[in-house]
Write a protein that binds this ligand. Sequence first.
Ligand code: UDP
Ligand code: MG
Length: 310
Amino acid sequence: MSFLISLVVPVYNEAPIIAANLATILAAAGADDYALELIAVDDGSQDESAAEISRAADADARIRLIRLTRNFGKEAALHAGLAQAQGAAVIVLDGDLQHPPQLIAQMLAIWRSGVCVVEGIKSDRGHEALHHGLLARGFYGLLRRFGGLDLAGHSDFKLLDRVVVDAYLAFPEKQRFFRGMISWAAYPSAQIPFVVPERAGGGASHWSKLKLFAYAISNLTSFSSAPLRLVTYLGAATLLFGLVIGANSLLQKFEGRAISGFTTVNLLIIIIGGAILLSLGIIGHYLARLYDEVKGRPSYLIQPERKPPT
Ligand code: UDP
Ligand code: MG
């Protein structure tokens, strides 16, 4: 019996290393009784990545290039790749070899024993800055507390059974958090620990601190509406505080003691003003997410293959 295994690799500005890395991945994925396809999704790279992949695809029929029309972000690139993959199982991994392809054989063996999801778990976050690790831990802590998801150490390095891929693609959500959604779906899963190696061929991560922070906020709010409830608590707390101060002022008035301090007034304005602005910001954030989802724009678009009219 022969079946197909798909490899999905998102690629953004990896021209110097991508051809060699794709070859490494394919070699490591091996194939004795199954066929392989490798879908490289070029996420609107500004360098020669697409050309490099295209050349690799000409040389190796198992490689397929999908080009997005612009940089839509890694989540969108993953989505595009999953939508194109035909395999009985799909393995998602980075193009910079930070998800060791040597583990693919082990993932496949576990999948064959009947597990739907095999996840690569970072046992060591590699040479990451300390504050980066702390921020990540804080994010995962909040996500666990308020979103009910324990994602510490999780990565986008995963094998998904066809059933899981189809379920993932059937979600109507546009703004996706791959790791979170797969974990949330809770199919039977197994974990393989791995140590994150340095980026193959050097270069830097494409995620700036700001981009990571925005990604964290977006993912947190995609799995938890706790910040919205926070607005209510904030309102209740300020109301209570206001009541105490109000009662105190009234008492002073009736006792004939003129209200003396501007301190109280200042405090009230600052606290209430701050609480209102914060609340508006939180509500605005969810509103923006709703707005984006309601518009229903596709999360990515694929570059058409231009064929001259005949
Ligand atoms: N990537 C992408 N689109 C982006 C940013 C990154 O497809 O907008 C790809 C990138 O080419 C790589 C993977 O996603 O294959 C992980 O990116 P990177 O190595 O920059 O992130 P890190 O390893 O720091 O998580
Ligand atoms: Mg990387």
